[in-house]
Structure formats: structure tokens, C-alpha cells
Design a protein around this ligand. Structure first.
Ligand SMILES: [Zn+2]
Length: 147
């Protein structure tokens, strides 16, 4: 499925992509904030707490201090809401969530973006709660974003 997004969101995704050093074969990322009253978005990069270690090749975990200062600081001080996570996958990996992504990262955000540099693919995963039957049953709707 291909999706067209709001211009400001597209710009923040371009910012997200260009803020990554793709010659560094590590997962990198950050967060997209949305203005409370308008369709305005902005990207805030947050370093991978694993950067410089082998772990960073397969796992993005936002540095807590940077996340608190740069992301939560903005949402508390100004009229911004946390909208989405963004992270890259290393070379050789598709832009599909790993089991860690599904278990840890995705549970905190209604929307999650994954960028795979090798195929230059950006995918968006939007949370959909499946009705009634099982409250634990969660579905992620995927879409490829053309920047
Ligand atoms: Zn991932």
C-alpha cells in the first residue's frame, strides 16, 4: 500500500532521513512531534544509547537523557505531542519491524517509521486495535512512504 502524507510530516521524515549518517552501519533514530492544534510536525533526532557498540547494528534504543531533554522537554514546555518513532535498520535488513521493535518500541507510539537504507524504503506502521474478541490482539498497518 502506498500512502501520501501531509507536507509537514513529509518534511520531518526527510529531515529524519537526512539526519542519519548512513555510512555508520548502526541503527539510528529519533521522534516526530505533532503540534497540538495544527497539522505541523517536527523531527527530533535522539542518539542510540548503543552507538559505537556492536549492539547498535541491530537495535535502536533512544538515549534516556537526550530523550528526556530534547523530546519530553518540548512536549511539556510547548504545545507538542509525541506522534511517532523513527529508526533506521542496518544494511541487509528490510524496513520491517523486528520482534524487539514490536515488543518494546512500537508499544509506546501509535505510529512508527522504519527506514532501510539498502533498499531506500521508508515504511509507516500505524496501530490498529482489533475489536472486542481479544484486547491483547494488536495489528500494525504498514504503508510505504514516498519521500
Ligand atoms: Zn527496528
Amino acid at each position: 500500500m502506498k500512502t501520501k502524507l501531509n507536507k509537514s510530516l513529509l518534511k520531518s521524515l526527510r529531515d529524519a532521513k537526512s539526519s542519519c549518517n548512513l555510512s555508520l552501519n548502526e541503527e539510528q533514530g529519533g521522534f516526530i512531534l505533532k503540534a497540538l492544534d495544527t497539522e505541523e510536525y517536527k523531527y527530533i533526532p535522539v542518539r542510540n544509547q548503543n552507538t559505537g557498540t556492536l549492539k547498535a547494528r541491530g537495535l535502536y534504543i533512544a538515549d534516556r537523557l537526550e530523550f528526556g531533554k530534547n523530546v519530553l522537554g518540548e512536549t511539556i514546555a510547548d504545545d507538542w505531542d509525541l506522534f511517532a518513532s523513527f529508526h533506521t535498520h542496518p544494511w541487509g535488513c528490510p524496513a520491517m519491524p523486528s520482534s524487539m521493535d514490536l515488543a518494546e518500541l512500537f508499544t509506546s507510539f501509535p505510529v512508527n517509521f522504519i527506514y532501510a537504507p539498502e533498499s531506500d524504503t521508508l515504511n509507516m506502521f500505524t496501530y490498529i486495535a482489533l475489536p472486542k474478541t481479544d484486547p491483547m490482539l494488536v495489528k500494525w498497518q504498514g504503508a510505504t512512504i514516498i519521500l
